[in-house]
Design a protein around this ligand. Structure first.
Ligand code: IMP
Ligand code: MG
Length: 383
């Protein structure tokens, strides 16, 4: 079975947690785009280039051709993860086609940003823009083309090889393969809020292209991940931005500071029209709503109600989520404000919300299951 996990907002939706929720059953967990600009918190630790899924010793990890790799940083990350008790070396396979991030790319990223003055994109300064510029100008270097990079990776016990062929063989053999798209759809180079975007494809179509998986050969489940509110770590268009005092409460409660850069994230109410835009683009089958617990106990919560091209969408107040109601939810009914939020998401996107995050752990979730025509929420992971 092929599963694609894609963020529906501006990144930081909690895709790492979704992988934790699915992970023990995945044979392969694959990063398909970006490089050290991404960051996920899994099992209390941070990963940047290594795919989340490190928690499950039985899962193999891969970095697909459409990704970029900063070799010295990757080796440091693998060392750190090994010291923290995660066994990474023998199960990480990197595509020989991934492009190499050089020191010059990082330097150019900083220079380009400074040259933009007031109009900074707010990049992570990891060289992501310049390495993609070189790739498409056909002056970049693939990992397999650089003897020295190749040797240092292999010396560290990490495998380099043909990732698409390994993945196709796995899917053909009925294995579980999870493609994990880094960042979020609204940062996509084609479909995002250009120029305030990243330089890679942040969509399901992009994931299949990078992984070398034909789009119509195998059944595929597409999980869209959305946070119960919106965050954005740098400048650029977003809607429903929350006033600074409430934003600070949510930011602290939800620890909304960049995983890679430590920057405070901008905070907005969940945007139903924006979610529809991203869900349609990716053809999502179901939605996992993360970090609902962050909103519990706030005196007000709201949602942006209007399609993505609506120049003046309304911000609709929802009932506050009471702490006791939240604790009682699953098997009891969901708190009214949360129920209304989910109804709006489902009405706008046409996709069902199947999982609601209630805390940081992979098992801290409410999961929807249907028994005949009687459906309901229960506490705990998918069974
Ligand atoms: P770059 O990817 O470093 O070029 O940065 C381009 C834009 O994407 C900036 O707004 C970054 O903050 C944003 N960005 C890149 N990676 C992530 C991520 O993993 N989560 C959230 N924002 C990201
Ligand atoms: Mg992140």
């Amino acid at each position: 079975m092929l599963t694609v996990v894609v963020g529906l907002q501006w990144g930081d939706e909690g895709k790492g947690k979704v992988i934790s929720g699915l992970g023990s059953r995945a044979d392969w967990i694959v990063r398909v785009n970006g490089g050290p600009n991404a960051g996920h918190t899994v099992g209390g630790t941070k990963v940047h280039q290594v795919p989340p899924g490190i928690e499950w010793p039985g899962s193999k990890l891969a970095i697909a051709p459409g990704s970029v790799v900063d070799v010295p940083k990757l080796l440091d990350e693998v060392d750190r993860l090994e010291r923290e008790g995660f066994d990474v070396r023998d199960r990480l396979l990197i595509s020989d086609r991934a492009h190499l991030i050089r020191t010059t790319h990082r330097v150019r990223d900083v220079e380009d940003e400074e040259g933009r003055g007031e109009a900074q994109i707010g990049t992570t300064r990891t060289g992501n823009g310049p390495v993609h510029a070189d790739k498409y100008a056909r002056v970049g270097t693939q990992l397999g083309q650089d003897e020295e990079a190749r040797r240092s990776i292999e010396k560290a016990g990490i495998l380099i090889g043909n990732v698409p062929s390994a993945l196709r063989a796995a899917v053909s053999a009925g294995k579980d393969v999870v493609l994990m798209v880094a960042h979020g759809t609204m940062l996509d180079i084609n479909h995002g809020t250009y120029p305030y975007v990243t330089s890679s494809h942040v969509t399901v179509a992009g994931a299949l292209d990078s992984a070398g998986i034909p789009p119509d050969k195998w059944p595929m489940k597409i999980i869209g991940v959305a946070k119960a509110y919106t965050t954005r770590v740098a400048p650029g268009f977003m809607r429903g931005e929350v006033g600074s005092i409430d934003a600070q409460v949510i930011r602290d409660k939800g620890n909304e500071y960049g995983t890679t850069t430590g920057r405070p994230r901008r905070i907005g109410w969940i945007d139903w029209g924006q979610l529809r835009y991203a869900a349609e683009l990716n053809g999502v089958d179901e939605i996992w709503l993360t970090k609902a617990d962050t909103l519990v106990g706030l005196p007000v919560i709201a949602a942006v109600n209007g399609t993505w091209d609506d120049p003046d969408p309304s911000v609709q107040a929802l009932q506050a989520i009471d702490e006791e109601d939240f604790e009682r939810a699953g098997p009891g009914p969901l708190p009214a404000g949360l129920q209304a939020m989910i109804k709006g998401i489902e009405a706008y996107t046409g996709a069902p919300v199947m999982v609601i995050g209630t805390g940081p752990g992979g098992n801290d979730v409410l999961t929807y299951s249907a028994w005949g025509w009687v459906g309901g929420w229960h506490r705990g992971p998918l069974r």
